[in-house]
Design a protein around this ligand. Structure first.
Ligand code: AMP
Ligand code: MG
Length: 340
């Protein structure tokens, strides 16, 4: 069955989306980070359908989205003073916190872990959909597993048409990369996934924060991971992607010397002129927020071109740039060439 397309400009949009969710359906919803594929967190059958629609491995837990702090109480066993400080500072926003989970949270949501990931999104449409559904919503990114996350309703449609009940079109996402994930069940708190709430901001507020090794390094086969999502090859375009770490001049020289008609370059905007291959841009070099916003759309554009090899210029791994770097090295399967 074709997926229903709902525009937020439709006066009944929220009511329709809320109704589908209440009845155990799946709706892709806009958030400030990326589009999420939402289901009622308390409905195990509905949550199981998320894994089927995405082709998501069962051992990869979901993030639960709330629209007020009262909803947090039934999801968690304990809310520490550190959690309260983070919530006061960064919620609503693109920070996901890992809490000890309450017994009521279905195992399918947390993939059998004793913890639950929760986020209070700032996007007003996301908040209103949660309110209309009358329940927290379990929602991973609304892409087919392994594909770049969706930052527009069109991206969701490309991946999931016919597999979910509806997509609510609220325009392009502001942030463009998935939320920062911080584990509060360990001491010091551990950054499992970088996002728009930066490592630097967390460190300034909390003092000590550890960066999980999986943020910047491949996970060893069979190794233990704090965040199961980090295990999988992710965000990958169909072509081989290689990251080049060096100056603009070094990047252009390398790409131009190693190109064929099937090569493309993923570069910062304004840097196209030095390259003799087809280019797709993703924000300017000084603008890490712009890079984050454009990254997944750029990876999807590259999929639409007939190329077998993509050379991407390596971003600075600071600020939101750490999130961009984290996604790109996964898309590249950790293939980085240092030109320095
Ligand atoms: P997605 O919503 O598609 O961005 O995926 C959710 C991400 O959060 C994945 O990387 C998960 O591994 C991670 N995650 C969700 N719940 C937990 C949890 N309880 N502990 C650690 N990581 C989690
Ligand atoms: Mg995802």
């Amino acid at each position: 069955m074709e997926t229903k397309q709902i525009k937020v400009s439709d006066p009944n949009a929220l009511q329709i989306a809320g109704q589908i969710l209440k009845q155990g359906g799946l709706v892709a919803i806009p958030t400030e980070t990326v589009y999420g594929l939402a289901a009622d967190v308390w409905n195990e059958t509905a949550v199981t359908k998320i894994f089927q629609a995405k082709g998501r491995p069962q051992d990869n837990p979901l993030i639960v989205h709330i629209c007020d702090l009262v909803q947090l109480e039934r999801l968690t066993r304990q809310i520490s003073s550190t959690a309260k400080l983070l919530m006061k500072t960064f919620w609503p926003g693109s920070l996901t916190l890992i809490f000890p989970k309450s017994n009521e949270v279905p195992d399918v949501v947390s993939a059998g872990l004793d913890t639950v990931a929760v986020r209070f999104p700032s996007n007003p449409i996301a908040q209103e959909v949660i309110r209309a559904a009358g329940t927290p919503l379990a929602a991973p990114s609304a892409n087919r597993s392994g594909r770049p996350s969706p930052t527009t309703a069109q991206h969701v449609w490309e991946d999931l048409n016919g597999r979910i009940d509806a997509v609510l079109d609220g325009g392009a996402c502001e942030v463009g990369v998935e939320s920062t994930v911080l584990d509060l069940t360990v001491c010091p708190p551990r950054l499992l996934r970088p996002g728009a709430v930066t490592y630097e901001q967390l460190q300034e507020l909390l003092g000590q924060v550890e960066i999980d090794r999986a943020v910047c390094h491949p996970v060893e086969v069979g190794g233990k991971v704090s965040s199961p999502g980090m295990k999988y090859k992710h965000y990958a375009p169909k072509a081989r992607l290689v990251l080049l770490d060096g100056s603009y001049e070094q990047y252009c020289a390398y790409v131009n010397a190693h190109s064929s008609p099937e090569t493309a370059a993923l570069c910062f905007s304004g840097e196209e002129s030095g390259l003799q291959v087809q280019t797709v841009t993703y924000g300017s070099i000084q603008d890490d927020s712009g890079q984050a916003r454009d990254l997944f759309d750029a990876l999807r554009q590259l999929d639409g071109q007939n190329v077998s090899l993509i050379y991407a210029r390596c971003p600075q791994p600071t600020g939101i740039g750490l999130a961009v770097y984290n996604r790109l090295i996964r898309a590249a399967g950790f293939e980085v060439i240092s030109l320095a």
